[in-house]
Design a protein around this ligand. Structure first.
Ligand SMILES: Nc1ncnc2c1ncn2[C@@H]1O[C@H](COP(=O)(O)OP(=O)(O)O)[C@@H](O)[C@H]1O
Ligand SMILES: [Mg+2]
Length: 390
C-alpha cells in the first residue's frame, strides 16, 4: 500500500553550528517562511528500488535487496528536507533515483509538476538543468584535469552554450558567492583543501540556479569547523537562489541545523518524518529516539541528564530484512504485533508521521523530550561513548 505523502509545515529552527534545542514555545511558533503554501518542487511517491545480489557457492544464488521500499515525500520551493539514517538505510539510492541516475523499480518522481520517471533524451536533459547534485566524494566528482573556472563553467557550456568569456565571468561571480577568491579560477583541484573543493562543487551545482539540489553527505568528509562553514554557506546560497535541498547525512545533528523538516530512514523505508524542531525535541519512533540520544546536548544541565539508548545488535543485512516492522529486532519497545505486521507511515495529530505500532492509537511516546524519554529495558540502555548511529 502506498504510504501517504506528508506535506511541509512548521517553523525553521535555531541557527548556528551548535544550535540550542527548541523549547516548547518555539515548537508552537507559527509556520516559518517556507510554508505549505509554497510550490512543491519535488514530489516522490512510493519510490522503490530492488537490486539483485549474488551469493553462495560460485555466486550462483540470487538474493533480492529492497534498497528503497516505498518512499514518499515532497519538498517545497526553497525548503530543505534532511534525510537521515544509518549506513545502508537507502539514502544514497533514494538520491540517485531522484536524480534519475538509476532507474526505479516502481513509484514516481515529479520535478516541479513534471513526472520525470519515464523521460529520456532531450526531455530528460532539459530537466537535468533544474536538478543538480553535490556528493561526499568531491575529489572524485571534480575533473582533475580541469581548472576551477572550467569546472564551474562546464554546466553553462553544456546547457546554456555560453562563450568562454561569459562562462569565466559567471564562474568568477559564483566564486564570490561561495567565498573563494577569484585567483582560484585558474587553479586545479589538487591545489585546493577539502573545504575549498566542496565550495567549488557547490558553485558548480548552483551556477545554473537549479530548482532542486540533492546533497548526499556533502560535509561528512570535512572536519567539524569546515562542516559548519559549508552548511552556513549552503543556507546563505539557498536564501539567495531559492533552490530546494534534499540534504542527506547520517548525522542527525548536521541535518537539524539546516533542515526545515527531517525524514528518518531505516532499511529502505521512512520511519518518521516531520518538522525538524518537532522531530528533534520530541522524536516519536524508537529508532529516531536512539539516534538522537547519541547527540550531546549544548545545555550542560540537560546534557548531564541525557540518557543514551544503545541499540541491540547490528543493522540486519539488506537481503535479510526482518518481517513485520523491520526495526523490531533492535527495538527496546518491541511488542508481539511488531514481529508480523508492518506499521504504515501514519500522519500524527499535530503534524508529522511515524511508522510504529506504539502510535497506532495516537501518540504513545510523542511529546516527550529526548531527555525525558521512557526508558527502554535495562539490556538496551547503558551509558556509552559509542554512537548509536553509523
Ligand atoms: N548497485 C547496488 N547493487 C546491490 N546492492 C546495492 C547497490 N547499491 C546499493 N545497494 C544496497 O542497497 C542498500 C542501501 O544502500 P545505500 O542507498 O547506499 O545506503 P546509504 O546511502 O543509506 O548508506 C545497501 O544494503 C546497499 O548494500
Ligand atoms: Mg550513502
Amino acid at each position: 500500500m502506498p504510504e501517504p505523502v506528508v506535506s511541509a509545515n512548521g517553523s525553521k529552527t535555531a541557527q548556528g553550528p551548535i544550535a540550542e534545542r527548541p523549547g516548547p514555545a518555539e515548537l508552537m511558533a507559527p509556520a516559518g517562511a517556507a510554508t505549505a503554501d509554497e510550490k512543491v518542487i519535488l514530489q516522490v511517491k512510493d519510490l522503490r528500488k530492488d537490486f539483485v545480489i549474488r551469493s553462495g557457492f560460485l555466486n550462483t544464488r540470487k538474493l533480492p535487496v529492497h534498497a528503497v521500499d516505498g518512499v514518499s515525500f515532497d519538498i517545497h520551493q526553497g525548503e530543505t528536507l534532511g534525510l537521515v539514517g544509518e549506513s545502508g538505510s537507502g539514502k544514497s539510492t533514494t538520491a540517485r533515483l531522484v536524480l534519475r541516475l538509476l532507474p526505479a523499480t516502481g513509484g514516481t518522481v515529479q520535478l516541479d509538476g513534471t513526472d520525470i520517471t519515464g523521460l529520456d533524451g532531450a526531455a530528460m536533459r532539459k530537466q537535468r538543468v533544474e536538478m543538480q547534485a553535490v556528493f561526499q566524494d568531491i575529489t572524485g566528482a571534480l575533473n582533475a584535469g580541469m581548472t576551477v573556472a572550467e569546472i564551474v563553467g562546464e554546466p553553462l557550456k553544456l546547457h546554456q552554450h555560453l562563450s568562454k568569456k561569459d562562462r569565466r565571468r559567471e564562474s568568477a561571480a559564483m566564486l564570490d558567492q561561495v567565498g573563494l577568491r577569484r585567483d582560484y579560477l585558474d587553479r586545479y583541484p589538487y591545489e585546493l583543501s577539502g573545504g575549498q573543493k566542496q565550495r567549488v562543487g557547490i558553485a558548480r551545482a548552483l551556477v545554473l540556479r537549479p530548482k532542486l539540489v540533492v546533497l548526499d553527505e556533502p560535509v561528512s568528509a570535512l572536519d567539524v569547523s569546515t562542516q559548519s562553514q559549508v552548511i552556513n554557506l549552503l543556507e546563505d546560497l539557498q536564501d539567495e537562489i531559492g533552490s530546494a535541498y534534499l540534504f542527506i547525512a547520517h548525522n542527525l545533528f548536521v541535518v537539524h541545523h539546516i533542515s526545515k523538516r527531517i525524514a528518518v530512514m531505516y532499511l529502505g523505508k521512512i520511519v518518521e518524518i516531520g518538522d525538524a524542531s518537532q522531530v528533534y525535541a520530541s522524536p516519536r519512533h524508537p529508532y529516531t529516539q536512539a539516534l538522537l540520544s547519541g547527540i550531546p546536548h549544548p545545555n550542560p544541565a540537560r546534557e548531564r541528564k541525557r540518557q543514551r539508548i544503545v541499540l541491540r545488535g547490528d543493522v540486519p543485512g539488506p537481503s535479510s530484512i526482518p518481517g513485520g516492522c523491520s526495526f523490531h529486532t533492535r527495538c527496546p519497545h518491541v511488542m508481539e504485533i511488531c514481529r508480523t505486521v508492518t506499521p504504515p507511515l501514519a500522519e500524527m495529530p499535530g503534524g508529522g508521521a511515524v511508522a510504529c505500532h506504539l502510535h497506532a492509537n495516537g501518540p504513545a511516546l510523542g511529546g516527550a523530550s529526548v531527555n525525558s524519554l521512557p526508558l527502554p529495558p535495562p539490556d538496551a540502555t547503558q551509558p556509552s561513548s559509542e554512537s548509536a548511529s553509523a
